[in-house]
Design a protein around this ligand. Sequence first.
Ligand code: FAD
Length: 462
Amino acid sequence: MSVDVDLEGLTGQVKGPVLRPGDEGYDEERSGFQAGFRHEPSVIVGATCADDVRAAVRFAAGLDLPVAVHSTGHGIVTALRGEGVLISTHRMTGLELDAEARTVRVEAGVRWEQVIKAAAPHGLAPLNGSAPHVGVVGYLLGGGTGLMGREFGYASDLVRSLDVVTPDGTLRHVTAESDPDLFFALRGGGGAFGVVTAVETELVPVARFYGGGLYFEADDPVDLLRAYHEWTLTVPEQLTSSIGLMGYPPAPAFPEPLRGKYVAHVRLVFNGSAEDGERLVEPLRALGPRLIDSVREMPYEEAGSVYHDPTFSHAYFGGNVLLRELDPIALQTLIDLAGPGTPVPCIIDIRHLGGALSRPPAHPSAVGGRSAQYVLRLMTGGMAAPPEAARPVHQRVYDALKQWTVGRSLNFVYNDGTPVAEPQVRDLFEPETYTRLQSLKSTLDAQNLFRHTHNIPLPPTT
Ligand SMILES: Cc1cc2nc3c(=O)[nH]c(=O)nc-3n(C[C@H](O)[C@H](O)[C@H](O)COP(=O)(O)OP(=O)(O)OC[C@H]3O[C@@H](n4cnc5c(N)ncnc54)[C@H](O)[C@@H]3O)c2cc1C
């Protein structure tokens, strides 16, 4: 079989570029936020529309080549290595907003920042997460734990429809009524079922909020974590928050007050008045002086300032566990194993869940672990330590917290490009969800072309 000959046919069918290793633009097309590793496909199709995606998927299926999708590169899990077709979607940036219906339809390459900007003049907001530069579709496929999650639920709970090219190369318009199984799978089940070309989702009526970040020097991180935990037990669902702990290098790239310090960063969004917000945040401010205090009323367009996530591409590795509660002993263990002074530097991030995140959505979805009240994430930057050094340290923490663990969040799995082991994929879902996803997989993708993601293997044949 000559891939070259087949490529000629493909080139004639797509409007966007078709690139092979060595071609100009090949490296740029497969690069993104994750700088620790990249896909190494035999072919990249720079899709400009759903027809390009269809042609690419049909081409791959015809040659039995695996397919992966690249939008922004924030969440690559399992990289293509030497063979396979990478479909890049960043050219697909169409957006249609219906202010009256409070919905938006976006194409596969749109990032949250584009939606935030389009929605703001109408007093509307999407359920984006901490970083506005994350892609809408990749985030929604993983559920979407957003800044206002406790009030409005997982972002994927508000999805109305998706257009998806399934592994047979067919473009389907998927709704709860038209295809309940695929609609279930595409909201929380990840990228294993095809290429989403567009998605339509609801917006919420939020123009302004009270929130931002409180940075404390964390000389006693356990005390701060315990105080944060107790505070979360008192707040209403209109307040969604998290706490991050990390040591800042003494480098000019970081804000001066944080340099060289071990810092706790509480981030919060309260959808209510500034007056009520101030009252709610008062117990946190009473914990001590803040190195930075950016909490104030602000327009939703400034939502990215709450976490102030880095926007530059870098290497990172990380995982998470969904926890039913934050036990005080568990918090001590966490700091002992991953806090300041441990040999592998870890960024600790605990997000407060519960509220609407714990309630079932209007239409069932694959998002698991809804009984969790917190998600604990551990990350290690590539500059601090390589994944092979970080993995066992993170794992020791997850093992120690097993008795409180109810699952894992798909979106917060930051892998090193190697395949995710099946037991870890199972942990992302409720057992009956996993069985349903496997069964759908065997109907839709019997070749398992879409395995270079959180691979859901076909069920064993009897
Ligand atoms: C700095 C940062 C902040 C984050 N904050 C949050 C947060 O607050 N809440 C949260 O829930 N998550 C968060 N995430 C996780 C993020 O939602 C996931 O990593 C998500 O997969 C990123 O999607 P992407 O399209 O931007 O990235 P990509 O790396 O381009 O895509 C990730 C994966 O999504 C799938 N995918 C993407 N587009 C398509 C498509 N069109 N069709 C089929 N499959 C597709 C593919 O499997 C692909 O490998 C964050 C990640 C980072 C790095």
